[in-house]
Ligand binder design. Structure first.
Ligand SMILES: [Fe+2]
Length: 367
């Protein structure tokens, strides 16, 4: 494909110089327009940008220096070449300092002018290429930093899944909580970015249990008050673990810290109430509660989907956010769909366990 012709604009109030420059540029096969004043030039640039502006400095009305400033501000990719009388050399140097590519002194030799124009165009190309390179470099650095963060989150997720896998009663819990939370979020119209943070937070909501004593975590009977207080530390521990990785994703951290808060203010760790609890955390709380109820514990059977849905309705407005419960019930109108099978975890699939789906009848889980 042929490269597009370079678009030039000549600005000079003297018709002879203007025509001379236009002829010279057209001779180089550049697409060339001409303006007799800076004001006219700005109007023409507004209609169509130019790659190169060749402008006189001294003109009635707006002068070339002001025009240069306007062009640099509004069309930073447009190169400007100044044309000056002998006495304006100082001014021309000032123009260079303000971003002009070069200057031609009047009266000029055609050959010299042609060479200076070619040099100016080359300089502009280099400046643009350099700017483009820097922009891409910054983008790449940003992308790589994000990828490193993602991989670190993936490693922590693997840890969370390993933690769950140690206990038959919690296996697959976070993935199901993540799936339920996503369905609620879609009902409530959360944006893609919010959904993404919610998913990360939901997958990791119980990561703080890493810091909970194993004998408490795996205790096959009801917890004592002291043990319950100990387990209640897990949202804060989880937030502390994830803060260095998810500092740029406060919503994901909010899920981890606040998924045990309750609208009536009786939750933990901060006893937040109502809308003071971040929406993503209220969503996760509903998903978490439903999954806990429909999962068996060592000391009790799992509730049926219908019983669990009834229980959600009963808790709406006190333990759980009413609008979130409604969104859950809308997302899963048919109790026969519930509980959902544990979603697969493609990132961590290995060997024989890959793709195994724990159906509702096989699963025994506790929160
Ligand atoms: Fe939890």
């Amino acid at each position: 494909m042929k490269p597009p012709r370079l678009r030039c604009l000549v600005v000079d109030d003297e018709p002879i110089i203007r025509k001379g420059l236009v002829r010279l540029l057209e001779g180089q096969n550049y697409e060339t327009r001409a303006a007799s004043s800076a004001e006219e030039a700005l109007g023409m640039l507004e209609a169509e940008a130019a790659d190169l502006v060749v402008s006189d400095i001294e003109m009635p009305g707006m002068d070339g220096v002001t025009l240069l400033g306007e062009i640099s501000r509004r069309w930073p990719d447009t190169g400007v070449l100044m044309v000056t009388g002998q006495t304006d050399v100082r001014m021309a140097v000032q123009c260079l300092e303000r971003g002009a590519l070069d200057y031609i002194t009047k009266p000029f030799q055609i050959e010299e002018a042609r060479a200076r124009i070619a040099q100016a165009i080359e300089k502009r190309d280099l400046i643009l290429a350099n700017r483009d390179y820097r922009r891409h470099l910054e983008e790449r650095v940003r992308e790589q930093a994000e990828r490193i963060r993602e991989l670190s989150v993936v490693a922590v997720q693997a840890l969370a899944h390993a933690l769950e896998a140690k206990d038959a009663y919690t296996r697959g819990h976070s993935s199901r909580v993540c799936a339920y939370s996503s369905a609620i979020a879609r009902e409530l119209g959360l944006s893609a970015a919010e959904l993404n943070d919610l998913r990360t937070g939901a997958e990791l909501h119980d990561i703080g249990k890493i810091g909970v004593r194993e004998m408490v975590l795996l205790k096959p009977s009801r917890l004592t008050e002291e043990e319950y207080d100990h387990i209640k530390l897990h949202p804060v521990i989880g937030e502390r673990i994830l803060k260095p990785l998810l500092g740029d994703h406060p919503s994901a951290l909010a899920v981890v810290r606040s998924h045990h808060e309750r609208p009536d203010g009786l939750g933990f760790p901060d006893r937040l109430a109502g809308d003071a609890i971040p929406l993503v955390a209220r969503i996760t709380a509903c998903a978490d509660t439903f999954d806990a109820m429909t999962s068996a514990r060592p000391y009790r059977e799992a509730k049926s989907a219908e019983q669990a849905r009834e229980e959600l309705r009963r808790c709406a407005g006190t333990q759980l956010d009413a609008a979130v419960v409604e969104a859950f019930l809308k997302a899963y109108p048919d109790p026969a769909q519930l509980p959902i099978p544990t979603p697969g975890r493609p990132a961590f699939r290995t060997g024989s366990s890959s793709g195994r789906r724990d159906g509702p009848s096989r699963r025994k889980t506790k929160t």
